[in-house]
Write a protein that binds this ligand. Structure first.
Ligand code: HEC
Length: 213
């Protein structure tokens, strides 16, 4: 019995355990995302995070080919939302998901407009001093969308700073995030429990027109 145990222990020590230690050191499971060897795994469950807004850049207003077609449903992880309500800042470890949805129809019984069709892509941005110490603002940008926007990839690597981060740094209203287009974030910034909706103070906030527009 003792002999068997010893053999077992030495087998685990030399093969399995060493391998699993090596594996653990390259995986970083943060609260709402996992980065393994520099690759972000496609996050799951974000449609149940906090919804912050839906910008829309329809193809027919962008020479038939919007850079990010077409509706962009944006969600923020709940831990970072709690921090935003309390402090009005994006915490270290914030993740925002932007899910692309086609224009499915341009008319409804309510009138003419742009109505959501099918899911056609998925992008993400993460603020992390640990993972992105050299990126401006510590924000990195990812895309899971396939080239033809017909499927999404399992993992994504960060884009070069000039591809995404630079425009966000220059044009976004609040710490690289386009809060000027997200009423939920604007109205809820640092307002504590009133951020949850229905309170007069935050209703007023969300109706104010952002600067520069
Ligand atoms: C020319 C400027 C510009 C560039 C370049 C750009 N973005 Fe953005 N991005 C925007 C604007 C404007 C919004 C908000 C409005 C919208 O979605 O249309 C936005 C919103 C986002 C959001 C939602 C969270 C947020 O920060 O507001 C994500 C995620 C995102 N972009 C990812 C990317 C990725 C990935 C790239 C690089 C492939 C990229 N962006 C390049 C302008 C840009």
């Amino acid at each position: 019995m003792l002999k068997l145990m010893k053999a077992l222990v030495s087998t685990i020590a030399t093969s399995g355990m060493l391998a699993s230690f090596a594996f653990v050191s390259s995986v970083s499971a943060d609260e709402y995302f996992t980065i393994t060897n520099g690759e972000l795994e496609r996050p799951k469950g974000y449609r149940e995070w906090v919804y912050v807004g839906t910008p829309v850049t329809p193809n027919d207003m962008n020479n038939g080919k919007a850079a990010f077609p077409e509706h962009h449903n944006v969600y923020m992880d709940p831990g970072s939302w709690a921090h935003w309500k309390k402090t009005g800042e994006f915490r270290d470890g914030t993740i925002l998901m932007k899910e692309l949805v086609s224009v499915g129809s341009k008319g409804a019984v309510s009138g003419n407009g742009y109505f959501q069709g099918d899911y056609i892509g998925l992008e993400a941005t993460i603020k992390s001093t640990k993972h992105f110490p050299k990126e401006p603002g510590n924000w990195a940008y990812f895309s899971f969308s396939s080239k033809d926007h017909k499927t999404v990839n399992e993992t994504a690597t960060p884009f070069a700073t000039a591809s995404c981060n630079t425009c966000h740094e220059n044009a976004a209203a609040d710490d690289f995030v386009f809060t000027q287009y997200y009423p939920v974030l604007r109205a809820g910034k640092g307002t504590g429990e009133e951020a949850s909706g229905g309170h007069l103070s935050t209703l007023k906030n969300s109706y104010s027109v952002p600067k520069g527009n």
